[in-house]
Design a protein. Structure first.
Length: 480
């Protein structure tokens, strides 16, 4: 259940947004601007006090809040509600089964009520000090106070972890395999699940699986001597190494040798591949029968081709990077300058070479642009966040609009919307019908072949004709 203070904050912010019931389309900048989807759709956006208070309604959910502090989400057809406070620091979600919340993923709480369950499911973590689960079943319930004492079940890649005064004592179990550490990582013993081994690190250690028939390994004065053997199809994959002096690996169809920073790899199966290393990892040359190419002269130039055709090039790392690959039926090219200062992704359909490509471009922090190749285009300036959070709609709702001095949205050649200074100046066009608004002060419009000018149009509205344009929504800072 939400706390009274949290419920009050949510209600207050929603009231500010909804205090002035918006019309289908109006510009009372800076008090309120409202736009609705063309054709009478359910997608509407309302901004109050510039971009600060907002409400965005779609068929799936309603977003409202105060940028960048608070985002409140209600999902249609359910009692699922989400709240974000100064995202990404605080998150809370409630639904018909319970409530979960976290603070920067360091403090986590989750409470659920399952139909037919013996007890409520509860979890609380305070990273990295305290971990707990209460499920009503001893097999999955636990408490742990790190590093003093505790048990953690079915987490961190293990079925069960027990510790007391870590690193003095810890026990790690996965299936039947059990590893016991005393003064981790210095003294270790492994047994169960077909495995056995022990180690006094860094002096000596050994491990075997299925009595050594499947795999075995050993070290002495780590990392001065390491050896490992494991069974593979057609024989044994063996490694002998003394770092940083040398390493030798042998397997069916493979020979890989390193001496200090020079090495060579020769592979004949499953496909042919040869690689030579000079001052590894800086200078590497390789060619393979499957099209694989490695041509590295770091940090000046690197070019690599992976099986399947993925092609990557670096020039004066990290100055310039280009990558080409195929994802499904789309050929994609990504180009970057200084990682994120310039970032461009182009998508093409090889089956339709004459079709226009889709593009997404960021020039940080000046602008972001999107073009789906089918007539839909969007531009936003300024855009300091999109290149870093390209698939995060929470950042798109809370942070990006605060810097959207200019926005352009073309849904088709006949439907265009442009806004400047957070909707102070807006231009909307559908076919031969268009209008320009200067906030609530003035409107210039053309409709049915006639051009009209109006002062204070919100106070003295004209009756809309049958051919008046339906408004387009304020463009989202990202692809539709």
């Amino acid at each position: 259940m939400a706390r009274p203070g949290q419920r009050g904050l949510t209600a207050l912010l929603c009231l500010v947004v909804a205090a002035l019931a918006p019309a289908a389309d109006e510009n009372l900048w800076p008090l309120r601007t409202t736009t609705a989807t063309a054709g009478g759709g359910t997608d509407t956006r309302t901004d109050t006090l510039g971009p600060l208070f907002f409400e965005h309604r779609t068929a799936e959910r309603t977003d409202s809040g105060f940028r960048p502090l608070f985002l409140h989400r209600e999902f249609a057809g359910s009692d699922r509600v989400q709240d974000y406070l100064f995202f990404p620091f605080f998150f809370r979600e409630t639904n018909d089964r319970g409530t979960r919340w976290n603070f920067f993923s360091l403090i986590n709480s989750d409470r659920r009520s399952e139909a037919g369950a013996a007890a409520d499911w509860k979890a609380f973590d305070l990273w990295p000090l305290y971990f707990s689960r209460t499920t009503g079943e001893p097999a999955t319930s636990y408490r742990a106070l790190f590093p003093l004492h505790g048990t953690i079940k079915r987490r961190f890649g293990n079925d069960r972890i027990d510790f007391t005064l870590f690193p003095l004592y810890s026990r790690w179990q996965k299936g039947e395999r059990v590893e016991t550490d005393i003064v981790w990582p210095f003294f270790r013993e492994i047994h169960g699940g077909g495995e056995s081994g022990w180690a006094v690190w860094p002096l000596y250690g050994q491990r075997a699986k299925d009595g050594g028939a499947t795999a075995r390994s050993r070290f002495a004065l780590w990392p001065l001597w390491l050896e490992r053997d494991r069974a593979v199809a057609g024989g044994t994959d063996s490694l002998r190494a003394s770092f940083p002096l040398f390493s030798h690996r042998r397997a069916p169809g493979l020979r890989d040798d390193m001496w200090l920073f020079w090495g060579a790899l020769h592979q004949t199966a499953p496909v042919a591949y040869d690689e030579t290393r000079y001052l590894w990892p800086l200078f590497v040359q390789g060619r393979g029968g499957d099209g694989r190419v490695t041509n590295r002269w770091a940090p000046f130039y690197t070019h690599s081709v992976k099986p399947g055709g993925a092609d990557k090039t670096w020039v004066l790392w990290p100055l310039y990077r280009e990558e080409n690959w195929t994802d499904g039926a789309l050929a994609q090219t990504r180009t970057q300058l200084l990682y994120f200062v310039y970032w461009n992704l182009t998508q093409r359909d090889p089956a339709r070479p004459a079709a226009a490509p889709a593009r997404k471009t960021h020039l940080w922090p000046l602008f972001s642009a999107w073009d789906n190749g089918a007539g839909r285009r969007q531009v936003q300036a300024l855009s300091p966040f999109e290149v870093f959070y390209q698939h995060d709609d929470r950042v798109r709702e809370l942070w990006s609009p605060l810097f959207a001095v200019y926005r352009f949205d073309r849904r088709s050649p006949e439907a265009v919307r442009t806004s400047f200074l957070f909707n102070l100046v807006t231009y909307r066009r559908e076919a031969a019908v268009w209008n320009v608004d200067l906030g609530p002060l003035a409107r210039l419009a053309r409709d049915a072949g006639r051009t009209r000018f109006a002062l204070l149009p919100a106070l003295f509205p004209r009756r809309a004709s049958a051919s008046a344009p339906a408004s387009s929504p304020a463009p989202a800072a990202g692809p539709p």
